[in-house]
Design a protein around this ligand. Structure first.
Ligand SMILES: Nc1nc2c(ncn2[C@@H]2O[C@H](COP(=O)(O)OP(=O)(O)OP(=O)(O)O)[C@@H](O)[C@H]2O)c(=O)[nH]1
Ligand SMILES: [Mg+2]
Length: 435
């Protein structure tokens, strides 16, 4: 973590640029930006929304606005300005000059948080890579500080302008090394996952917007002490634990990194790799903070990421992996809202209302998950060599065979086309067992 940031007093500014279609309204964006600042211990001295009618390439804001920001900084004794948007390197440098203060944008802020939180080897490598990528584009100024490699890249000034070329080369070399290391770590993780896939246990992944309550729910279901806090991005690295469900002796529950709108492009790849686990899940639990005014926009963001990961195909919500929505923080709803939402939830069997905090609704969730995992929901048709008696016998023993016809495949000779209903566990077993 950069020494200046923790405990630094900051002005948080949310530009509201005309012509941009934002997913969240300005007030929600501002609240989220304050949350991001708090997440790395910045003291928000004041926060404001600034309408931008026309983007100035050199400053983003108009000259008058910049002067107002400067005055607000002085009045609030703010040493740092956080702009909840993307600043070009030029805009950032000019703003810093005009304001005589450190300025960071949303990407810089999120990178700082990720830098502080990433705990696994892979997470650290990904974040460092993302950070270097961001720095590389910003080497117009002199704040790179390659000695302090992880965590606090950001706020302190670094070597002088003459260092830029050397820094650039160092960054390139370091990025190359990191990529190689990452590849190695991923190979190992891939092997682990393969091994786990072969283990006949279904995997349930908790996904959702940051601060929705995934880790709180994870802890409630597993009794584990995963860090759950009122902090954005409290969890960065996936965590797994075994749980027992009605009718299911053992399932693996996986807690994941929270999503956020406008994730810095540098972090998208890192983020996606962390979420790869999700694509191997048997059930996805989409945890939503249903008490949040931005709940619907947050849901849209989460669905976009799932679409990105290839879990959801096309424009709708049709998913290759069954998704249930957990309407969390039910305890925080006003009575009127609770009543209205309860009737919506009752009409939709993929919705489970609950409070991870109080535990209300958790039994129902466990029952739903148990039921989903034991239900024979998957329908598959396999063409199996007629001589492969073991596979055929296995399907008859475990699944509900719906159809079984003799066929002929060019290279395999006589085959049987067997259509069968399997539950997710059996499906996983059949497709991954070594025959
Ligand atoms: N009132 C209420 N608060 C909750 C509930 N579930 C979680 N919280 C609170 O919401 C905050 C965020 O919870 P986490 O479990 O850390 O959220 P998360 O989704 O894991 O967040 P990230 O790891 O940042 O993505 C904490 O302060 C929790 O105590 C709930 O059902 N009701
Ligand atoms: Mg968490």
């Amino acid at each position: 973590m950069g020494e200046v940031s923790r405990g630094a007093r900051a002005l948080v500014i949310c530009p509201d640029i005309r012509g941009i279609r934002y997913d969240l309204d300005a007030a929600s964006r501002l609240a989220e930006a304050e949350g991001l600042a708090l997440a790395i211990g910045i003291i928000v001295a004041e926060s404001l929304i600034l309408p931008v009618r026309e983007v100035r390439p050199n400053l983003l804001f108009g000259a008058g606005q910049v002067e107002n920001i400067r005055i607000a900084c002085e009045q609030n004794e703010a040493e740092l300005v956080v702009v909840d948007g993307a600043l070009s390197p030029i805009q950032q440098r000019n703003l810093e000059e005009k304001l005589a203060r450190k300025v960071i944008d949303r990407t810089g802020l999120i990178l700082e948080i990720f830098g502080e939180r990433a705990a696994t080897a892979e997470g650290r490598l990904q974040v460092e890579l993302a950070h270097l990528d961001y720095q590389q584009s910003r080497l117009v100024r002199s704040w790179t500080h390659l000695e302090r490699q992880r965590g606090g890249f950001g706020f302190l000034g670094g070597p002088g302008e003459t260092q830029i070329e050397a820094d650039r080369r160092m960054i390139r070399q370091r990025m190359g090394r990191l990529r190689k290391e990452l590849e190695q770590v991923r190979k190992t993780r891939g092997l682990h996952r393969e091994r786990r896939e072969r283990a006949p246990w279904p995997v349930i992944a908790l996904v959702g917007y940051t601060n929705a309550g995934k880790s709180t729910l994870f802890n409630r279901l597993t009794g584990a002490g995963v860090m759950a806090e009122d902090l954005l991005f409290a969890t960065l690295d996936p965590t797994m634990r075994a749980i027992t469900l009605p009718g299911v002796e053992k399932a693996i529950l996986s807690d994941t990194v929270g999503f956020i709108s406008d994730l810095p492009t540098q972090l998208v790849a890192a983020f996606r790799a962390t979420l790869e686990e999700v694509t191997a899940a048997d059930i996805i639990c989409h945890v939503r903070d249903i008490s949040n005014a931005s709940s619907a926009a947050q849901k849209a963001q989460v669905l976009d990421v799932l679409r990105d990961l290839g879990v959801i195909e096309g424009e709708g919500e049709v998913s290759a992996i069954p998704i249930i929505e957990i309407w969390n923080k039910w305890d925080q709803l006003e009575a009127d809202d609770a009543e209205e939402l309860a009737s919506l939830a009752a009409a939709d069997e993929s919705v489970v209302p609950l409070s991870a905090l109080t535990g209300d609704g958790v039994e129902e969730l466990l029952a739903t998950l148990g039921d989903m995992l034991t239900r024979k929901a998957a329908f598959r048709t396999y063409e199996i060599p007629a001589s492969d008696g073991r596979k055929i016998a296995w399907l008859y023993a475990h699944g509900d065979v719906v159809d079984d016809v003799a066929a002929e495949a060019a290279e395999k000779g006589p085959t049987r086309k067997i259509s069968v209903r399997l539950n997710p566990k059996e499906l996983g077993q059949f497709e991954t067992l070594d025959w």
